[in-house]
Design a protein around this ligand. Structure first.
Ligand code: NCD
Ligand code: ZN
Length: 345
């Protein structure tokens, strides 16, 4: 049995840090494991200009613990009014690594998102021209569409036509949750990739709804049926360069989750690698973990691979019931469980 695994240091290609005290509390968990992270811009107000992106990056860097080598990769929140010149300048200056499409109302802090993709046609054309990747929250918001179908309908109505219209645009279909998404990514060209979260590899919708409603298993896109989870596991461990690690770690105060209208988002940053590795171990695919965690993402983005390594060892990682971040209590993914791998150091 493999007792330890040394791999190139991984990156997290989809992450929420928030801002202020919570951000300062959660950054160290990510910086301990990852060299870089694609930081989501859904603050309140959202990060919509290069100046805001640059200032937010500075606040994150100030929260990185002494001695840790961590680079936040910033994203610009697209709105109906995004200025293509400011966006392109932000990309050219290295402030922004990608732009993020939130359909308005799809998820946490997405009220200022795009109301109709037609409004950002020119922005997307410009991004395709300059090679700027587009991160996509792939769910329609049409109230007539059942929440469990919103990803599949998004593919049909928005994503497939977009990829057909702009075949050179690099698109990251983020936090995919369905076999439909896997099938779409497979059928698309190499410019379409996808991130997969640890929670969507571990849980199906029963985890959220059986035996009582469990707000800490609720995130968006919502976990689906078991057959979808199995399709995601197969994709993640397949070795295909189209799939890479993106935790979607999304901290919310305990009280905002345990509420009559609980927020969407799972805080998985503290044990993200241990959580993913459990899946690769169960699937007999430890040899595929480095590709998923550390190689496919940077290759897709056209960024250098990290030079240093990390080591994970077989052993007990006990996940606490709650974690304190900047004076706020947050319940992590796997709270109270014991995972079978630990990160050395
Ligand atoms: C995210 C958040 O809380 O910001 N929530 C979530 O359920 N994943 C937003 C998002 O990525 O959808
Ligand atoms: Zn997210």
């Amino acid at each position: 049995m493999t007792e330890s695994l040394t791999i190139r240091r991984p990156d997290d290609w989809h992450l929420h840090f928030r801002d202020g005290a919570i951000m300062r509390g959660v950054v160290p968990y990510t910086a301990r494991q990852f060299a870089r992270a694609i930081v989501m811009p859904n603050l309140s107000p959202p990060v919509t200009t290069a100046a805001m992106g640059s200032a937010y990056r500075e606040r994150i860097l100030a929260a990185v613990p002494e001695g840790a080598d961590f680079t936040p990769l910033m994203t610009c929140y697209l709105t109906d009014d995004t200025d293509a010149d400011d966006l392109a300048q932000g990309f050219a200056d290295g402030v922004f690594t990608a732009a993020k499409l939130y359909p308005a109302g799809a998820t946490t802090n997405s009220a200022s998102g795009v109301t109709d993709i037609a409004y950002i046609g020119q922005v997307l054309e410009r991004m395709a021209e300059i090679g700027m990747p587009l991160c996509v929250h792939g769910e329609v918001v049409d109230p007539e569409i059942d929440i469990f179908d919103r990803e599949a309908v998004f593919i049909e109505r928005i994503l497939a036509p977009l990829v057909e219209r702009l075949p050179q645009l690099k698109v990251i279909f983020e936090h995919i949750t369905t076999e439909d998404a896997v099938a779409f990514v497979e059928s698309a060209g190499p410019q379409v990739g996808a991130t997969i979260t640890p929670q969507h590899l571990h849980i199906n919708r029963n985890a959220m709804l059986v035996g009582g409603i469990r707000p800490h298993a609720y995130c968006l896109p919502v976990a689906k049926r078991e057959r979808h989870r199995l399709a995601l596991r197969k994709a993640a461990v397949s070795g295909s360069p189209k799939y890479f690690l993106g935790t979607d770690s999304a901290p919310h105060p305990r009280g905002d989750k345990e509420s009559a209208c609980g927020c969407a988002g799972i805080f998985n940053a503290p044990f993200a690698l241990e959580s993913y590795l459990a899946v690769f171990d169960e699937e007999g695919a430890l040899d595929r973990f480095e590709g998923f965690a550390s190689e496919h993402g940077p290759r897709f983005y056209g960024l250098p691979l990290n030079g240093d390594t990390i080591t994970l060892e077989r052993g007990k990682a006990r996940v606490p019931d709650a974690i304190e971040a900047g004076g706020t209590e947050i319940v992590p993914f796997h709270a109270g469980e014991t995972l079978g791998w630990t990160l050395r150091g």
